[in-house]
Design a binder for this molecule. Structure first.
Ligand SMILES: NC(=O)c1ccc[n+]([C@@H]2O[C@H](COP(=O)([O-])OP(=O)(O)OC[C@H]3O[C@@H](n4cnc5c(N)ncnc54)[C@H](OP(=O)(O)O)[C@@H]3O)[C@@H](O)[C@H]2O)c1
Length: 280
């Protein structure tokens, strides 16, 4: 298959590129293909005629998004609409990556693929709006929601330590104690596992629609940090439990951001994935 990947230099984009390396890949990031440039987007896709586009390009900084709504919407919403229209004109499938942040997090039992979205911050709203426009304008789509990603590749322009696991390991060498939130819960997901699941989804021609692809078992940041330190046998740091009200952020976060996977074989537990990440 001819597959064009946007945002291919990002944390997830790089692992997806690796997982799908048996295909004819066209790897692009902002320099080669800025998805907000609709003319360029149309020209490139019409010229290259890929079978599938995997859209990993996004504005993902949840805090900065609160102050930059215009550019966030351009990347996460308007560009997705353009991609959908261009895919329709070129009979191309669009696999679009989305997030648990499209939900409000008030439902403790989590959210199924068909649950109603109700975002509570600018980033979540831009992603939810992008999803809606995509569904309205294209039939051949996959919306792949995942959560709390960590992977071997850095998020662009940032140190490797920007993911939660690396941040915890770094802080454990610098501090005696750490404050961690106990009233937010989500499913941490290894980008390698997500990439392999996306490969399966595409290669095995699963029906078009929305999928929730995450590692299994939901945890709070406090519990996840405990697991990281336990697996690495680190015991010289004290973890303190705090509530989200004690940790000021600009963007509101969903409390129970749990994606229920009811349509696809379940991915392994986050503990197994974490061990693999830490020891491979
Ligand atoms: N990270 C998470 O915890 C998480 C959780 C759930 C879902 N997701 C979703 O997963 C996807 C991938 O996220 P990630 O963590 O891999 O993010 P990432 O590392 O920041 O990758 C995104 C890539 O897109 C690029 N990009 C930004 N604007 C672009 C534009 N206008 N045109 C083309 N490329 C552009 C970025 O370049 P620059 O860095 O130069 O801007 C970066 O290389 C996103 O859709 C995100 O919403 C992420």
């Amino acid at each position: 298959m001819k597959i064009l990947i946007t945002g291919a230099n990002g944390m997830l984009g790089r692992d997806i590129s690796l997982a799908l390396s048996n295909h004819n890949l066209i790897l692009t990031d902002k320099e080669e293909l800025d998805i907000t440039n609709s003319e360029e987007l149309n020209k490139k896709i019409t010229e290259l005629h890929p079978d599938i586009i995997i859209n990993c390009a996004a504005f993902i900084d949840v805090e900065k998004a609160e102050d930059q709504e215009k550019i966030v919407n351009k990347i996460n919403t308007e560009a997705v609409l353009n991609l959908a229209k261009i895919c329709k004109n070129n009979s191309c499938t669009l696999a679009h990556i989305s997030t648990e942040y499209v939900f409000d997090g008030e439902n403790e039992s989590g959210y199924n693929e068909d649950s109603l979205t109700n975002p509570i911050n600018i980033y979540g709203k831009s992603k939810a709006d992008g999803e809606k426009l995509l569904q309205k304008n294209l039939d051949n789509f996959y919306i792949i929601r995942s959560s709390w990603l960590y992977g071997k590749n850095p998020q662009r322009g940032k140190e490797r330590g920007m993911n939660f696991v690396e941040t915890m390991l770094k802080l454990a060498t610098e501090k005696d104690e750490l404050n961690l939130i106990t009233d937010q819960i989500s499913k941490p997901t290894y980008t390698k596992d997500l990439s392999l699941a996306i490969k399966k989804l595409i290669e095995e021609n699963y029906p078009f629609g929305i999928y929730h692809l995450t590692n299994e078992d939901a945890v709070t940041p406090y519990k996840f940090a405990q697991e990281i330190l336990k697996i690495k046998n680190i015991s010289n740091i004290k973890l303190n439990q705090i509530s989200s009200s004690e940790f000021h952020t600009k963007a509101k976060r969903p409390k129970s951001a749990i994606l229920n996977n009811t349509k696809f074989p379940k991915l392994r537990s986050f503990r197994e994935a974490l061990k693999d990440y830490l020891y491979s």
